[in-house]
Design a protein around this ligand. Structure first.
Ligand SMILES: [Zn+2]
Length: 326
């Protein structure tokens, strides 16, 4: 059923800097015959649909799938190369942003601000020199691990109970120094606590939900959410059905996770990280990135004030970007 946005919601959405803290579109652009600038008949995200959805800032993750574990650096460079080619091909519609000023400039000129991140620290191959060179290429965030163990620490599916390695701690320090986002989604709980202890900057969980509503290892416990709030960080509620819970999760469950995270950590620690193009199934009602305005409409319906809605749909991520990126 189509959801009709009222004027207030449409106006608020249009004025807000809407931020999506995670998508896996770079993988499908490289592997399938899709172009960022062309409206695709399938998949979840492209520039025309981002504009329809009023998305101002899109994180693009270069994801190191386990199948590339023997040549992860080559994989990340190929993903970044293709990202840069796509950006160069669409100069009127998208801008590769490296800090908050770039984002504001993109917004003023009606371009989507594309923030490049890497998902899976194994591509560093144990070298902070590689990290610095990725930064030079314009990477401004690192999801330290995927689900498995790497040189930085353990992901949520690693068998041993362990936090960050010595190298992982060095990477945290270097990300702080460079001015790039530290992303704790996928990280083991022990690793999570290590990052919160050692990072001198607010951190993000780009695409994780609430464990209290859906008991999945990828989700954050109330204790973790409270600690993230204290750190000044932000979590991106994600649209992946497995992390939402329920029979046929829909936009309603996404809103329930937002409500819970706000109740536990406060309105300053909650944002959104769709995982578009990173999952086969999505929450009903959020099948692609053109549907973002419906979230704004429903947040207003749930009684959030305008300022609170603005924070949740992007303002909180923007705050952390402003604090961390140089
Ligand atoms: Zn992920």
């Amino acid at each position: 059923m189509a959801y009709l946005l009222n004027n207030r919601a449409a106006e608020l959405h249009r004025q807000s800097v809407v931020v999506d803290a995670h998508c896996d579109t770079l993988t499908v652009l490289l592997e399938q015959n899709r172009r960022l600038g062309q409206l695709a008949g399938h998949g979840h995200l492209d520039l025309p649909r981002l504009k329809m959805g009023g998305v101002k800032v899109q994180f693009f993750a270069a994801f190191i799938s386990p199948e590339f574990k023997y040549a992860p650096l080559k994989r990340v460079l190929e993903l970044i190369d293709n990202f840069l080619l796509e950006i160069a091909e669409n100069p009127k519609d998208v801008h590769h942003v490296k800090n908050l000023d770039d984002i504001y400039q993109a917004c003023h000129t009606g371009k989507v601000a594309a923030l490049l991140t890497v998902e899976g620290g194994e591509c560093l191959e144990g070298s902070t020199g590689v990290l610095r060179q990725l930064y030079t290429l314009g990477v401004r965030g690192l999801t330290l691990t995927w689900n498995n163990r790497n040189e930085l620490g353990n992901g949520v599916k690693a068998r041993e109970i362990n936090g960050l390695t010595t190298f992982g701690l060095t990477v945290v320090e270097e990300l702080n120094r460079l001015g790039a986002l530290i992303d704790v989604s996928h990280l083991s709980e022990e690793g999570y606590w290590d990052v919160l202890q050692y990072s001198r900057q607010p951190v993000i969980a780009s695409h994780s939900n609430c464990k209290a509503l859906c008991n999945h290892p990828r989700n954050l416990s109330d204790e973790q959410i409270r600690a993230l709030a204290e750190n000044g960080g932000v979590m991106g509620i994600t649209f992946v059905p497995d992390f939402l819970g329920g029979e046929k999760p829909s936009l309603k469950e996404v809103l329930n996770h937002i409500d819970h995270a706000v109740a536990v950590g406060g309105v300053d620690c909650v944002g959104l990280g769709s995982d578009f193009d990173g999952t086969e199934k999505l929450a009903l009602g959020l099948e692609d990135c053109s549907l973002w305005p419906t979230i704004t409409g429903h947040l207003i319906d749930r009684g959030y004030r305008d300022g609170e809605v603005e924070k949740i749909i992007g303002g909180n991520f923007l705050r952390v970007i402003g604090q961390v990126l140089k």
